[in-house]
Structure formats: structure tokens, C-alpha cells
Write a protein of this length. Structure first.
Lengths: 176, 551
């Protein structure tokens, strides 16, 4: 599956490590949240970069103690209609997580901008859509009524625009 | 009323362009029906039994003459000359062609309307009291907060793929005409001990297969906290609402399964965890919106309207209509005109293009260019001089809009049923028509007093049968339609779910059964006692006996 970051296809340098696999030295690894918590003593000293995948029925809070040492969190959309990961993403960003936030699963064009807006910055996407389609999909709407969104395609916040002197929330995600 | 600014215009235009592209991709075959389905649903386009159905949002039920004319134009040009006003204060068109839908959305956008989020598992059209801004008992106009919620919920990136659809209802008056206790979230304005205004927040009401009355999660939410607090509720629902079974996916099931206290604790924890950075922008936005809903410039008039009184004395039909269809206004000399879309033998909530234009003209001429759609599928002229009502009534009468049955047994709520709907198990419209013919005589209807009769053609309960004083539910038994009757439901501030009386009836038996119920009430009522009060005092027993003993 191609990986999209900053609206370009890039190589995925991360490796998923199952709960029973040995840890490769000095790599970029993704473990499950279960393993992260169970093997924390070991993982805290890991020589490479640490990522975690969170199932969409798990609470984002379980990652709170580890956030500063995580470089990647993967959230999943088992079906495009299952919107739990939007709230998990929002929760993680509100909790102060600033690393890479990746969406995987059934990603379609028409939800792509929403994903950006809640703080996702990398996407494991389906091969059936061309890069140009993803690029167009990331900026379908140029306005948003909600405040505090990530606005990677320069969307304007309507309410902040109407009431001058109130700058929108400027912090934006930075895909690694 | 609210007017779009440049941002609102641009937002709806972009959305319309987006849909045109999607529809073109579907028609060219680039998108399969499966892929197109969620996209069209996000724009209110359903595929029904015979054709596409388009549901257009009428935010908090308020519209202008110009907007109503455009709805009429769409009915005439793109449908079969009529539209259907719904229990969610929207309008539906039943005979829509896919290739014309983008043009219809464009026509709507020209008059500051849209079909965004009128379907799909997202936050739907916000509904309010249809007498908002006019009702004598009102504490505050609920529409500004309704507009704030409309904007905030439009294409909300976090809450567009909820477990299930989500409905808000808001009332600014102690007497609840917006059925807030049977919505996913209901808001009710009231004052605290210090005289400040705030909102009671009720969550988890609903009808459908599992009817429930909402529980209060906050007695008094300050106005400035409404948006962040709604975010907290929505986040808890989005994360923890059930997704394994579509029939258990509404927030009412989550509230029920967690228990009200635990649900409240989850919401409060979420709310406390991420305090809003600032609510000042929301406050300023609300103030901006409120200006659009300032009271119109009413004339100072006496409460006594001599021409009105005179017309009533001279014309008994007008007097009857005035008695039943007018409601008390906040301002002396003015009244609220309720136009019943329930003529004898008619389809509840239907209006022709011509009737829409007639109502638009009346609103422009007599009601500060304002109309409302009520959840009981009627149209309201909210700000009318008493002295103008006779002229209005004459126009209504000439256009088959003068049914004098507002709030009476003929004022039936009914879903489209098996005549249109792909989900229905039985027809609703012919039952409503048969009952309305049975009780055609308004004098007879007046004898029964205020009665709410609601009909649904399946257990999804779009016709609100659970909260009808008399509810009728159409079901299918081995290919035969039959109808279950419930009594004692209410959607008011004393909301309750109706009780099933006993075995169902065949379609042709329903009108007689209703008459038996009403006659039983008349026989047993105490002086001045309305139907619902009598039922609550007597219980189902005497009604059961009357209905089933005879058989």
C-alpha cells in the first residue's frame, strides 16, 4: 500500500512488529498498544524509533504516559463509515501528541480532508486512486465552520474570519 | 431571519459544485452505486421505491417567501408539482431525477438553502419550536443557538461518520412544542436562581424501534459553553456508541446501556479534560446571529381587534378556523396563524407548488416575510395582525388551505409509508386519509378537543406514533397490512411513550376503532378534561374493553 505524506507518495520506513516477534535493533517499529504497555521497561530503552498502533475500540488515554516517546501512532478505519478514529485523533492531538499520526484502513477520497482536519498527517492509501486525486481531495472545501482544526490546505475558519482579532489555531501538524 | 454572508454563500456553492462532480462521475460510470451512495446521502438524496427522493433542509423550520417560492419552482419543474413537509421541518421531493439533482441544489443555493446533512450518520437539521420568536410563553428565541449549531455541525470533520444519525431539537419556551425529550439531544432554555439564562441539556431521547425519553445531563449550561459541551457529548458518542448493530447504534442505547450516571460522568470527564481554549469567538458569533433574529418592527396596537371580532360574528366558518388555528402572540394585536396542511382526505404535509406560492405571498404581505414549518407538518405565519386574519383566511379557503382542524383529530402526522418509502411495512397515507374523511366534520372534531394522532408505516417511527396521544403503527403480517394502536404518548414537556392497546386492526377497521376510542373518552371524561389527561387518569382498561369487547 502506498504511503501519502505532505500530498506525495513516500517510502514507508516503518515495520510492524507483532506481540511475539523479537525487536529489530535500531529500526522504526510499530508495536501494538498491548505490547507497548506490557514491555514498556524494555521499549523505553529502544534504540530506534517507536511507533504504536491503537485499535479503534481502545481509548486514546491509554497512550498518554508514553506520548513524548512515541514517533508514530497508527489509527485505523476498518470501514470508511466507522468514524471512531476521527475522535481518537482529535483526542491525541488535544492531549499534546505532536508526532506522526497515520490513518490506515478503508480510506476514500471523500473523507480525506476530514482526516487532515482532525490531525492526521500520513495515510496508508488504496492503490486505486491516483496521486492527483488524493491531492484534489485534500482541498475540496476552502472553508470550515469549526475552530481548532488542522488546516493543511489553507482552509479558512469562518468564525475566526468573521470576528477579526481572533486568530485561528495556528499550530499545524508536521509529517516527519 | 438569518441571511448568508459571503462565507456561507461560498461554503454552499463549493458543496454544490462538489456534488455536481460526484453526480457526473456516477452517471459516467466512474463511481459505482455502492460508492456513490454515501456521497449522495450526505446531500440528502435517497433512492426510494420508485425514484430518487431529495430532502431539503429548512433550518429550524424558518423560511422566507422567496425561499418558499423556490421550493414551489422545484416542485413544479423537477417534481410532479408538489412537495412533502416532514416531521423534521424539512421538505422532501419524491420524484427526482439524478441528472437534475445538481441543478436543484444550485437553485436552492441561490436562495440560501441546501440539502447538506439531511441524511447520513451525521448531525441532521436542527429543529425548534415552530412558534419561535412569536409564542406568548417564550423565554427566548431558540433559533440563534440553532443557527450556531447548524454552522458548527456543517461538515464537521470529527462527527460526519457517527454510529448513526443524530438529531437536535431546541425550545426556548416552557411549553415544549419541539419534542425535545424524544431527540438525541434536546435543549431547553430556562433561568437559574440568579436570573441568568442557560440551557437544560437532555440526551438520549428517541423514537424508532426503542422509544426512550431523554435524560438530563446538565440542568443549567451557560450559553457560552454550548458548543464545547456539545463537542464533548458528540465525542463520547462517536467513540463509544455501538457500531455492531444499526438498530442499537443511536445515542439513546449508549445512555441506556451505560446508565445515565455513567454516561454523564463520561461526558463531564471528556469536557473537563480538554477545556475550550476560548469561547469568545462563539459568543461573538452568537451575538452576530442574534441580530438577524431581532423582533420585526411590530406596530403598537390594542389587544381588541374590532374587524376581527366582527368577521367572526358574521362568518361561522371563519370563527371556527380562528378559534382552532390561531395562537396567542407575544405582542398585542398580533396572532400566530397555523395553516393546516391536513385537508379532508388529503395527504398530511403535502402542498402543491401553487399552494406554496400562495403561502409565500401571504407571508410577504402579512407576516414580515416569514414562515415556519412545524414538526406536525403544518405551515405557520408567525407574525400576523389580527385585523388581517379574515383576508388571509379567504385566500387560504380559495386554495384548499383553510382546514380548521389545527391540533384536533384531523391534524394527523403521517410518514410517507409504503406509498413511497423503501423501509415501510405498510401504507400510512391511506389510513390518514380515511381517518380524516371519517372525522371530516370539524364540529365533531372540536367535541373531542385537542388530540394528537400520529401514524407510522413501520417501526422506525418517522410518523412519531410512539408520542401520539393516539398512535398507529402499520405492520405487515404474511403480506397483509395491519395496524397496532397505542394510547397515551406525548412529545410535550410531560413526554411519554404510548402503550400498545392490544391486537392490531385491518386497514378498513382503523377509522372505526379510532372513533370507539374517542367515544369512550367522551363518555368517561370529567368536565374540561382533555383526551391525554383522561387517558392518564383512566389507564388503558376502559379503552381496551370498548375496542375488543365488541368484537
Amino acid at each position: 500500500m502506498p504511503l501519502l505524506k505532505n500530498n506525495q507518495f513516500v517510502n514507508d520506513e516503518w515495520t510492524k512488529v507483532s506481540d511475539t516477534d523479537a525487536l529489530p535493533e535500531g529500526a522504526k517499529i510499530i508495536v501494538t498498544s498491548t505490547r507497548l504497555i506490557q514491555d514498556w521497561d524494555l521499549l523505553a530503552k529502544y534504540t530506534g524509533l517507536l511507533g504504536v498502533s491503537l485499535a479503534n475500540n481502545e481509548r486514546a488515554e491509554i497512550l498518554t504516559p508514553y506520548l513524548s516517546q512515541l514517533s508514530l501512532i497508527v489509527l485505523s478505519f476498518p470501514a470508511y463509515t466507522d468514524g471512531r478514529a476521527y475522535s481518537q485523533a482529535k483526542d491525541l492531538r488535544l492531549d499534546g501528541y505532536r508526532g506522526e499520526l497515520r490513518a490506515e484502513g478503508n480510506l476514500l477520497l471523500d473523507q480525506f480532508q476530514f482526516m487532515h482536519q482532525v490531525g492526521f498527517d500520513s495515510f496508508e492509501v488504496n492503490e486505486r486512486f491516483a496521486l492527483q486525486q488524493w491531492q484534489a481531495a485534500s482541498k475540496q472545501m476552502s472553508l470550515a465552520y469549526q475552530r481548532g482544526l488542522y488546516r493543511t490546505s489553507g482552509e479558512r475558519e469562518v468564525w475566526s474570519q468573521r470576528h477579526q482579532g481572533f486568530a485561528p489555531w495556528e499550530e499545524q501538524p508536521h509529517a516527519g | 431571519m438569518y441571511r448568508y454572508d459571503e462565507f456561507d454563500h461560498q461554503f454552499v456553492s463549493e458543496r454544490t459544485a462538489q456534488f455536481r462532480d460526484q453526480a457526473n462521475r456516477r452517471m459516467s460510470g466512474e463511481l459505482t452505486e455502492d460508492e456513490f451512495r454515501p456521497l449522495r446521502l450526505m446531500n440528502g438524496l435517497y433512492l426510494q421505491l420508485h425514484a430518487y427522493m431529495l430532502r431539503v433542509a429548512i433550518p429550524y423550520g424558518t423560511l422566507s417567501g422567496k425561499q418558499m417560492r423556490q421550493l414551489a419552482y422545484i416542485a413544479d419543474k423537477y417534481d410532479r408539482g408538489y412537495g412533502h413537509f416532514t416531521t423534521r421541518q424539512n421538505i422532501q421531493y419524491n420524484w427526482i431525477k439524478l441528472e437534475e439533482t445538481a441543478d436543484i441544489l444550485q437553485a436552492l443555493s441561490d436562495v440560501e438553502m441546501h440539502a447538506i446533512q439531511t441524511s447520513g450518520n451525521c448531525i441532521r437539521n436542527v429543529t425548534t419550536d415552530h412558534w419561535a420568536g412569536a409564542a406568548a410563553d417564550e423565554l427566548l428565541d431558540p433559533r440563534p443557538i440553532g443557527e450556531l449549531i447548524r454552522q458548527w455541525s456543517s461538515l464537521h470533520p470529527e462527527f460526519s461518520f457517527l454510529p448513526r444519525k443524530f438529531k437536535f431539537a431546541i425550545t426556548g419556551a416552557p411549553h415544549d412544542r419541539a419534542a425535545v425529550k424524544v431527540h438525541d439531544i434536546g435543549l431547553r432554555a430556562h433561568k437559574n436562581d440568579k436570573g441568568e439564562t442557560g440551557w437544560e441539556v437532555m440526551v438520549g431521547g428517541g423514537q424508532g424501534r426503542t422509544p426512550m425519553i431523554a435524560v438530563t445531563v446538565r440542568d443549567f449550561l451557560p450559553e457560552k459553553e454550548v458548543i464545547p459541551y456539545m463537542e464533548a457529548i458528540m465525542r463520547v458518542y462517536n467513540l463509544f456508541g455501538r457500531r455492531d448493530n444499526k438498530y442499537k447504534a443511536r445515542i439513546k442505547i449508549l445512555v441506556h446501556e451505560l446508565g445515565a450516571e455513567k454516561f454523564k460522568a463520561e461526558v463531564e470527564a471528556e469536557y473537563a479534560k480538554h477545556p475550550a481554549q476560548t469561547t469568545e469567538v462563539e459568543q461573538r458569533e452568537l451575538t452576530r446571529i442574534e441580530k438577524y433574529f431581532a423582533q420585526p418592527s411590530f406596530e403598537k396596537m390594542s389587544r381588541f381587534a374590532p374587524h376581527f371580532e366582527n368577521a367572526k360574528r358574521e362568518n361561522v366558518d371563519f370563527a371556527r378556523w380562528a378559534k382552532n388555528n390561531l395562537a396567542t402572540h407575544q405582542v398585542d394585536g398580533y396572532t400566530i396563524v397555523n395553516i393546516s396542511l391536513k385537508p379532508e382526505g388529503g395527504i398530511p404535509g403535502d402542498a402543491t407548488g401553487e399552494q406554496m406560492r400562495v403561502m409565500a405571498t401571504l407571508a410577504e404581505r402579512y407576516s414580515f416575510d416569514e414562515m415556519r414549518v412545524s414538526h406536525a407538518q403544518n405551515i405557520v405565519l408567525p407574525h400576523v395582525k389580527l385585523e388581517d386574519t379574515f383576508a388571509i383566511w379567504q385566500v387560504l379557503k380559495a386554495n384548499d388551505l383553510a382546514a380548521a382542524n389545527y391540533g384536533l383529530i384531523g391534524d394527523i402526522i403521517a410518514c410517507p409509508g409504503l406509498d413511497y418509502c423503501a423501509l415501510a411495512t405498510a401504507r400510512s397515507i391511506p389510513i390518514a386519509q380515511a381517518i380524516s374523511r371519517k372525522f371530516a366534520d370539524v364540529k365533531k372534531q372540536e367535541e373531542y378537543g385537542p388530540v394528537k394522532l400520529n401514524i407510522s408505516g413501520c417501526i422506525n417511527a418517522c410518523g412519531h406514533h410512539h408520542v401520539g396521544h393516539i398512535g398507529i403503527l402499520g405492520l405487515d403480517k404474511k403480506g397483509e397490512e395491519f395496524y397496532q394502536i397505542t394510547l397515551g404518548g406525548s412529545s410535550s414537556e410531560n413526554a411519554s411513550i404510548g402503550t400498545i392497546l392490544g391486537p392490531g386492526f385491518a386497514a378498513h377497521e382503523v377509522p372505526d376503532a379510532i372513533e370507539t376510542i374517542l367515544n369512550t373518552y367522551v363518555k368517561l371524561r370529567e368536565p374540561g378534561e382533555e383526551f391525554l389527561g383522561a387517558y392518564r387518569r383512566l389507564g388503558p382498561k376502559p379503552f381496551k374493553e370498548a375496542l375488543y369487547a365488541a368484537a
